[in-house]
Write a protein that binds this ligand. Structure first.
Ligand SMILES: Nc1ncnc2c1ncn2[C@@H]1O[C@H](COP(=O)(O)OP(=O)(O)OP(=O)(O)O)[C@@H](O)[C@H]1O
Ligand SMILES: [Mg+2]
Length: 224
């Protein structure tokens, strides 16, 4: 099987004391490079669980996950974090910016972790902020920005390492519809540049901006 992301009968079971939660019950998904996929589904259906596994933040209980033909279940924690840092950009509903840190420094953060020298990382962080249209806000703290602007900083942070894959979990969940569409425009642009995008959303019209869409129900992909 080729594809950037291939899963085979992926399962995730959480154990909480005596309670067993079958969050994913056999997901088969094939995402090619350059795809823009939206994942819909009601609350508790397993979307974030799937996203966490695809993003190498968590491991499946059963089944296979191949990322660029590498079997992720065989990797060490270090190798997984290497993939996260080099290949994947994350965007979350709640922005997850550092509150006492300027836009520019927030965007720079992944480059600090990867040991990029100061001058290079400043330059790249500025480029990323420019790409999301926020050059003029580089010295603002998160609470001096609107929600949509904060999400744009988060997107700049997600792309500053130049990842091929962007995973977004409800990126417009905290935004009004006008701002949501501005954010979606950025995702469309990133996809046009060749990046693969996987986006979880509750909203039909946001999902329709993606090239393809799947629905998860009770830990399974619904056939349509
Ligand atoms: N760490 C955990 N421990 C135990 N159960 C969990 C854990 N994380 C998620 N679950 C359970 O797994 C199921 C799927 O959760 P998940 O967060 O993937 O849903 P979701 O589709 O992202 O929902 P939402 O739209 O509300 O974000 C839920 O029943 C949830 O209670
Ligand atoms: Mg979720």
């Amino acid at each position: 099987m080729s594809g950037l992301i291939v899963t085979e009968d992926l399962k995730k079971t959480y154990f909480l004391g005596d309670i067993e939660v079958n969050a994913l019950r056999g997901i088969n998904i094939n995402i090619s490079e350059g795809d823009y996929l939206s994942i819909m589904g009601s609350s508790g259906s397993g979307k974030s669980t799937l996203m966490n596994i695809l993003g190498c933040l968590d491991t499946p209980s059963e089944g296979k996950y191949l990322f660029k033909n590498n079997d992720i279940s065989n990797l060490t924690q270090d190798e997984m974090s290497d993939i996260r840092n080099k290949e994947i950009g994350f965007v979350f509903q709640s922005f997850n910016l550092l509150s006492r840190t300027s836009s520019l420094e927030n965007v720079e953060m992944p480059l600090i972790y990867s040991g990029t020298p100061y001058k290079v990382r400043r330059e790249r962080a500025k480029d990323a902020l420019n790409l999301v249209g926020l050059s003029e806000r580089q010295n603002h703290l998160p609470n001096q920005l609107s929600g949509g602007q904060q999400q744009r900083v988060a997107i700049a942070r997600a792309i500053v390492n130049n990842p091929g894959l962007i995973l977004a979990d409800e990126p417009t969940g905290n935004l009004d519809s006008k701002t949501s569409h501005e954010i979606i425009k950025i995702f469309e642009k990133l996809n046009e540049e060749g990046r693969t995008i996987v986006m979880i959303t509750h909203e039909e019209d946001i999902a329709s901006s993606a090239k393809t869409s799947v629905v998860i129900k009770d830990g399974l992909i619904e056939e349509n």
